[in-house]
Design a binder for this molecule. Sequence first.
Ligand code: SF4
Ligand code: SF4
Length: 389
Amino acid sequence: MLLQSPLNPEHARVSLQRLNTYNPTDTLAAVEKLLEPLGGISSFVKPGQKVLIKPNLLAGKPPEKAVTTHPEIVRAVIKLAQNAGGNVTLGDSPGIGSPENVARKSGILAVVEETGCDFVPFETSVTINPTGGTFHQFEVAQEILDADVIINLPKLKTHQMMGLTCGVKNMFGAVVGLRKPRLHLQAGTDKSFFALMLLELCEALAPALTIVDAVVGMEGEGPGSGDPVQIGVLLAGSHPQAIDTVATELVGMKSHQVYTQQQAIDTGRPYTQLQQLELHGDPLELLKINNFRPAKITDVNFGLKGGLKHYLRNALTARPEPDHKLCQLCNDCVTHCPPEAMKIADGKLQIDYDRCIRCFCCQELCPHGALITKQGILLRLNSFLHRKS
Ligand code: SF4
Ligand code: SF4
């Protein structure tokens, strides 16, 4: 099912605003200015409406790690939505850990409490049945369906499986807890299929407004273990696909490096080309950053079978490897690994790389940072030769 087809001028509008600090006053002013070309917050939130803010609450890390949406962005959006008369709640379903704990460690729970907004952890799963697409059933949080208006509040980060996580991927948090790994397994090693699922899920939930925290984003081994990178930008629009098209350009990545983006192009979805969009605010050309470091290649398919596929998979793809000094043998990753490729045996965490689908769920959820990304030998050789040349 396509969200809006053909092009709708309102959905083609994307606003960009430079912001280099999370200072509360500057942040609030920047978010207000960001929304002006879209008609302001009152274009999205009407008095008395139930508003659900969906940040990125991937894991309980402090704001400076850039794993979660920054609390000051959250504060600004809550305030604006409240000022517009909305009855504002905030919720998500983290990969692991209780939503309250993750929200507390990320600094978001304090903001929620200070602003008098309600925190609604996603706990109750209900089935929705979208029509017209490939996926006819999703199990999503009742709490998100209860809202009149969803405001999607992603953090711009690399993603070792999907290339980037931004507007479209952030809505995957609507799937409650352990159902996420199940969907990973359903998609298996086919990243395009997983990307299609993400697109259709996002379309089914149709957030009214997406505001991206790209003030400090993440590069390298995102979404949980990469490095914070100063980008200095906020983006906003009513269509997550349009937002992702601009975000991909902003960090200098190509569509084929972002699986949801490429899948959207391949399936003829709108708002996948800059020429289809109407950009407002600070000029994209002045905001683009250089030398953004994408995640390492993790593709495991190659469209091949047998021994050659096995060889290429190990030679080319990045894979998670336990750091046995850091691993506390807590078993969390073992119980969440979608294809059950992990086990603790002989007092050590072990991974069956023939079963591993390189989804990096384990790395996202490990509370001790005990899963590192190891590149395949050909990739390491390539990096070595580039360093020499
Ligand atoms: S790698 Fe992390 S999540 Fe897995 S058992 Fe070790 S400490 Fe626990
Ligand atoms: S070992 Fe990690 S990366 Fe591999 S399938 Fe399991 S959770 Fe995913």
